[in-house]
Write a protein that binds this ligand. Structure first.
Ligand SMILES: Nc1ncnc2c1ncn2[C@@H]1O[C@H](COP(=O)(O)OP(=O)(O)O)[C@@H](O)[C@H]1O
Ligand SMILES: [Mg+2]
Length: 285
């Protein structure tokens, strides 16, 4: 399955992405972690740094366009809208050459792709962060991750990238929500966009025990969309699975099995992304 973690800044997206990656690896799954955020926290939580020669999606932007046969750096929607176009296809095992050029091995189970939004070459470039993320948007729906692999994406804070359709190729978005007004507001915004774009949405309440009253309110409002609770756990701050509390680990495992059963029936990603791009091109015309 492909899961994108989103939510308000500071809600725990990177921490929960990291936890899911570690738990999946402990279950002997293969995991592709994708860091799509400016802060590049998942990169660092997985023990990596983006050096001048580290491959990122950003640095391979032109290679992606060559691979999908898009000459100009605009109208990305053409990839899915032009009927005579051969659709791209990406895979992890065996890897296609584009994937090979950007994937960074972490260990036997985990590998990493960084969009590279936080690197200096992006900070001083005049392409906007939507433009930088466009390859990921069109990589995800065409990536066949295989039956043994899961994909966990750590996204940019807030609802903005949802409007751009960045995660339409995921099986679901997982909103990380804290029992806090502002965090709950972001959940509502993200959910409204997910609904419009037909993208399955679930939420996990992080630090659920920090405000039982608001946690209850979130549960009442979102009902079955809530697929887990992660306690506040100082052990998480070490980013070492051995130091994570048993209760946190159990909650994370329950969350994964809930997500797996709820995403088991795949909906048609291509239909979703086509509809979205058709709307966008109509709106622009
Ligand atoms: N369940 C938790 N228990 C304890 N600390 C947490 C928990 N979730 C997140 N944190 C801490 O809260 C801060 C923000 O989390 P982070 O994952 O960086 O959020 P985001 O990626 O959404 O900005 C970090 O210092 C992180 O270690
Ligand atoms: Mg983060």
């Amino acid at each position: 399955m492909k899961i994108a973690c989103i939510g308000k800044g500071g809600s725990g997206k990177s921490t929960i992405s990291w936890l899911l990656v570690q738990l999946l690896a402990a279950q002997r799954r293969q995991v592709l972690a994708i860091d799509a955020d400016h802060n590049m926290d998942l990169v660092s939580l997985l023990g990596k740094e983006i050096g001048p020669d580290t491959p990122t999606m950003h640095r391979r932007h032109d290679a992606f366009r060559d691979t999908v046969g898009l000459k100009e750096d605009k109208n990305w929607g053409r990839i899915v809208l032009e009927e005579d176009r051969v659709l791209p296809s990406f895979a992890l095992d065996p890897e296609d050459s584009y994937t090979r050029s950007i994937r960074i091995p972490i260990n036997d189970s985990v590998s990493l792709i960084a969009v590279g939004l936080g690197s200096d070459d992006v900070l001083f470039s005049d392409r906007c962060s939507h433009g930088h993320s466009a390859p990921l948007k069109f990589y995800l729906p065409f990536l066949d991750e295989g039956a043994d692999t899961d994909v966990v994406i750590d996204g940019v804070a807030g609802a903005d990238m949802m409007n751009f359709g960045l995660f339409l190729g995921a099986d679901a978005v997982l909103v990380v929500v804290e029992p806090h007004r502002n965090s709950m507001r972001v959940l509502s915004q993200v959910a409204a966009i997910a609904e419009r774009s037909n993208l399955p949405l679930f939420a996990v309440i992080n630090k659920a025990d920090s405000n039982p009253e608001l946690t209850q309110q979130i549960e009442q409002e979102w009902g079955s969309r809530i697929v887990g609770h992660i306690p506040a756990d100082a052990g998480l701050l070490a980013y070492d699975l051995a130091r994570v509390a048993e209760a946190t680990r159990e909650s994370g495992e329950n969350l994964l099995s809930e997500l797996r059963s709820r995403t088991a029936k795949r909906n048609d990603t291509l239909v979703r992304i086509r509809a979205f791009e058709r709307e966008r091109s109509k709106a622009k015309a």
